[in-house]
Design a protein. Structure first.
Length: 457
């Protein structure tokens, strides 16, 4: 058993801490927000993630602890920095929170032991070196003797983050310290002992992946590890933008983008993942990470033109969706549009930088009245978009009342099970734009809807 500290109780910190606690490590979550800490102490998750409540409830007070102070740092073997790294106005990353945490850790390090400090947050290349310098300066301790800073980027998909923790494709460790690498191998050793999960597979659905190939444990230098995270997210953004551009061309040519994507995905060099058409990519990672990577490339005179094109293409996809609605209704001025889905993907309450933000803002600019619903994301969406004059509906059916159009943005399972006959009765004009191509089109057309998708001609 190791003593683990996770600073930050957001999506990364909460999931990481709960996972290591489940594996038997003595784990403490630190957050300056007392409300989040109280939630964890009561056995509840401060964020929505399937089955995370149950995992926290099982471990709290046993192997999982939560506090607002940094008292546990002095006894920790490994400390994860899991705080936010938001974008500044110029597109670069705001490192304020990481720096503050590094200083708090530095002032409490135990000089009689060796502590590994892990950057789990997505941070610019070179951050491990900068954190090392800050900790050394603040603590007076020697890097490589008393502590070492490691890059261990997260690759968690919100909505299935626990599955990604316990059954990752790869675990990336970036470090120049052999001692730190040894400690990280010891920490993750329990994660790789999958036979121990079997007894819990009926309790937690995220553990039903025992036949998945073992994770690749990949060690490299810290700068390469930091770059791996950015390069991975940028590549996935490019892939989504590409299939969305193909969808727009399919609309013009009469081809079916889902068939095209399926045929492409059969090629092992391409693969089927991230070839699902949508209104664009969003969330707290892809927009921020692509802009940071592009900004860095421009700073060093190595502009990533492909990444820039993906960003521009993504914005064009948002506009394309609004144009489809306007073309169908002739004008959006005074029309009522119901939006289904505010989070950037299903099974999360994360509405940061979601596609809905841009699309709704554009609809309002064109004079539309907008009503919205989301099973989990309305509270966050409203908090970060208080300037948007829209109506928040308690259920999906309310969005259809007197609506001239319904737009599916997030493919929550709930929306696939709607009583579409009831939705039809409530609408002034029975038009649906399905930006995910997941709704039962033949059934909807039979009811009387006019249905459009993306890349379905």
């Amino acid at each position: 058993m190791m003593k683990v500290v996770c600073v930050g109780s957001g999506y990364v910190g909460s999931v990481t801490a709960a996972a290591f606690a489940f594996l038997g490590h003595d784990t403490t979550v630190i957050d300056i927000d007392p409300n989040k800490i109280k939630l964890i102490q009561s056995g509840k998750s401060p964020i929505y993630e399937p089955e995370l409540d149950q995992l926290i409830s099982m471990t709290i007070g046993k192997t999982l602890h939560a506090e607002t102070k940094y008292d546990s740092v002095n006894h920790a073997d490994i400390i994860f920095i899991c705080v936010g790294t938001p974008s500044k106005a110029d597109g670069t990353v705001d490192m304020t929170y990481v720096t503050q945490v590094a200083e708090q850790i530095a002032s409490r390090l135990n000089p009689e032991s060796f502590t590994v400090i892990v950057n789990k947050s997505t941070v610019p290349v070179g951050t491990a070196d900068r954190v090392t310098g800050r900790v050394r300066q603040k603590s007076g301790l020697q890097a490589g003797v008393h502590f070492s800073v490691v890059s261990n980027p997260e690759f968690l998909r919100e909505g299935c983050a626990l599955e990604d923790v316990f059954f990752p494709d790869r675990i990336v460790i970036g470090s120049e310290s052999d001692t730190a690498k040894t400690k990280m191998r010891e920490l993750y050793g329990r994660l790789l002992e999958r036979h121990k999960y079997k007894q819990w597979s009926e309790t937690f659905s995220f553990l039903n992946q025992l036949d998945k190939p073992p994770a690749i444990y990949f060690e490299t230098d810290s700068k390469s590890a930091e770059m791996i995270k950015y390069a991975s997210n940028a590549f996935l953004s490019v892939k989504i933008s590409y299939i969305n551009e193909i969808a727009r061309l399919c609309d013009a040519l009469g081809a079916q983008v889902q068939q095209v994507a399926k045929g492409m995905g059969l090629d092992g060099r391409i693969g089927s993942k991230f070839l699902q058409v949508s209104s664009g990519w969003g969330g707290s990672c892809f927009p921020k990470d692509t802009i940071e990577l592009l900004s860095t490339s421009q700073k060093y005179g190595r502009e990533l033109t492909v990444v820039k094109a993906a960003i521009d293409s993504n914005l064009a996809m948002h506009k394309y969706c609004v144009d489809k609605i306007r073309d169908r209704l002739k004008s959006l001025n005074g029309k009522t549009v119901g939006i289904l889905g505010l989070t950037f993907k299903p099974n999360t309450d994360d509405a940061r930088k979601s596609q809905a933000q841009v699309i709704i803002a554009r609809l309002l600019e064109l004079g539309a009245n907008v009503k919205v619903h989301d099973p989990k994301g309305m509270e966050m969406f409203q908090a970060i978009n208080s300037e948007l004059q829209i109506t928040y509906c308690e259920n999906p059916e309310e969005t259809a009342q007197y609506a001239d159009a319904i737009v599916l943005l997030t493919h929550w399972d709930q929306y696939l099970q709607l009583d579409w006959k009831e939705m039809y009765k409530r609408m002034s004009n029975p038009y649906i734009l399905d930006t995910r191509n997941v709704l039962p089109r033949p059934e909807l057309i039979h009811i009387g809807f006019q249905v459009e998708g993306l890349g379905t001609s």
